[in-house]
Write a protein that binds this ligand. Structure first.
Ligand SMILES: [Zn+2]
Length: 243
C-alpha cells in the first residue's frame, strides 16, 4: 500500500484589511491643502523674506497653517481599520479584536444611515458590537455581508434591497493577508464542552471555525454547515485500521 499521507494539509487562512476612507470628497481635501500651503508660502515670504515685513503676512501664515492642518485632519478618518476573512471580523482599535464567525449573533443593515451592525462575542467571550459606516468602509461592509451570507446565513439579516444598497464586494478591495493556522488547543468542543488538549483531537468547521472534539462532531454545525466530511474520514480511518 502506498505510504499514507503523513499529515493532512493545513487549510490556508487569510483575511482582508480595509483602511477607512474619508467621507470628505478628495477635491475638497486637495483644495484646502493647496490653499493652506499657498498661505504658508505667502506668509513666510511676506513676513521674513522681505526687507520690511508686509503687514498682515503673519496672519496669512497662521491661516495657511490652520488650513493645512484642517486638510490633514479631514483627509484621514478617525475610524479604525477593519479585517474580514476566515478568522471573522476584526477591528484595529488599541490592538486587534476579532469577532469569530461562530461568535457573531447578528449582522444587520440599517439603510436609513448606511450602517452595518455586527455584534456578538469576541475570542475571549467579551461582548463586542461594531457599527460600520458605509461611507467610510464601503468595501469592508460589502465583504462582511458577502462572507456572513456564506458562512452564517441564519444570522445575516440583510434584505434584497439592502444587498442592492451595499453593492458588490470587489476582489481588488483591501489588502489580502495570510493568517496563522487556528490554535485549536485550549478551545472547548462546541457540542460536548470537552476541552481540546491535543490538536489532532480537534475538528474545525470550515465555515464558521467552531471547534469540535473528534468524538463529538455533529452531522451539521450550529452555523448550518455540513460536517459530514469528518464522519466520512472517520469511517475510512476505521476501515483501513480493520484491514
Ligand atoms: Zn460552522
Amino acid at each position: 500500500m502506498a505510504a499514507k499521507k503523513t499529515k493532512e494539509k493545513k487549510r490556508d487562512r487569510s483575511e482582508r484589511r480595509f483602511l477607512p476612507q474619508s467621507a470628505t470628497p478628495p477635491l475638497v481635501v486637495k483644495v484646502t491643502g493647496a490653499l493652506g500651503a499657498a498661505g504658508i508660502g505667502g506668509g513666510v515670504t511676506g513676513q521674513y523674506l522681505r526687507p520690511e515685513a508686509v503687514p498682515y503676512s503673519i496672519w496669512v501664515l497662521a491661516g495657511g497653517a490652520l488650513l493645512l492642518g484642517a486638510a490633514i485632519w479631514i483627509g484621514t478618518s478617525g475610524d479604525p481599520a477593519l479585517r474580514v476573512g476566515d478568522a471573522g471580523v476584526g477591528v484595529e482599535k488599541g490592538g486587534l479584536r476579532r469577532l469569530p464567525w461562530w461568535g457573531i449573533d447578528a449582522v444587520m443593515w440599517r439603510a436609513s444611515d448606511g450602517i452595518l451592525t455586527v455584534s456578538g462575542k469576541d475570542e475571549a467571550g467579551a461582548s463586542l458590537s461594531l457599527e460600520i459606516a458605509q461611507k467610510n468602509q464601503a468595501q469592508a461592509v460589502a465583504w462582511i455581508v458577502k462572507e456572513a451570507r456564506a458562512r452564517i446565513p441564519k444570522t445575516c439579516e440583510v434584505s434584497d434591497d439592502g444587498l442592492a444598497e451595499i453593492g458588490k464586494a470587489s476582489r481588488d478591495a483591501g489588502l489580502v493577508m495570510k493568517l496563522d493556522p487556528l490554535q485549536i488547543v485550549g478551545h472547548r468542543c462546541a457540542a460536548s464542552d470537552k476541552a481540546i488538549a491535543w490538536e489532532p483531537d480537534g475538528r474545525v468547521c470550515p465555515r464558521c471555525e467552531r471547534v469540535y472534539h473528534k468524538d463529538h462532531v455533529p452531522q451539521a454545525c450550529a452555523c448550518g454547515g455540513s460536517l459530514a466530511v469528518f464522519h466520512k474520514k472517520a469511517d475510512e480511518a476505521a476501515a483501513s485500521e480493520s484491514v
